[in-house]
Design a protein around this ligand. Sequence first.
Ligand code: TMP
Length: 216
Amino acid sequence: MGLFITFEGVEGCGKTTQIRLLADALERSGKSVKLTREPGGCPIADKIRGILLDAANSEMTPTAELLLYAAARAQHIKEVITPAMKAGNIVLCDRFTDATLAYQGFGRGLDIDLIKKLNETATGGCRPELTILIDCPVEIGLGRAVARIEAGSAADKNHLREERFERESLEFHQRVRNGYLKLAADAPERFVIIDGAGSVDEISTRIFEAVLPRIN
Ligand code: TMP
């Protein structure tokens, strides 16, 4: 069996850059790595991602949103994560079940026990061994995320407008951040919190140091 590691954090915390750096470093040291993300990771889940993140879908109800995340995850687990684990890969996933607890639970206020049950159903009990939470103030993260969106739409007129969450209030993102910190405090054996305020190199070194003992 492989090793399952997830990355979490608020918008613009830097996790997508960091997950790629970790994947490169692990591959250079001879490991087989499967890099994937949620929502998405396979064609059906990518289509669901398009619906979930489209800024035009502002009328989507929180319950519809929750069920779509669960649907995308069920497909992603079956098609991507379980086979990659069985093949002995280190699976690095950009967001996973904790994102649903943080965003739909703490952010939207949906029932946490219901979300846990849906997560369990969607994953069939597959859980990460390690979760890297890159923590940063929401003002800093949102500033970076909005700059990235603006650069993307200026460069490409067909740029997908995946910005439904960036349009939420600062209070929403603050609840998400606090939710992540609570999840980490409740499961210290699984979570490593990394301060997202450092340089890209400093953060990647800290992440590598956190991952190394789990690999060897
Ligand atoms: P990304 O920007 O990291 O690719 O994530 C896409 C967005 O989806 C991000 O705003 C967080 C949100 N999200 C949820 O609300 N619930 C979930 O379960 C997942 C996986 C992501």
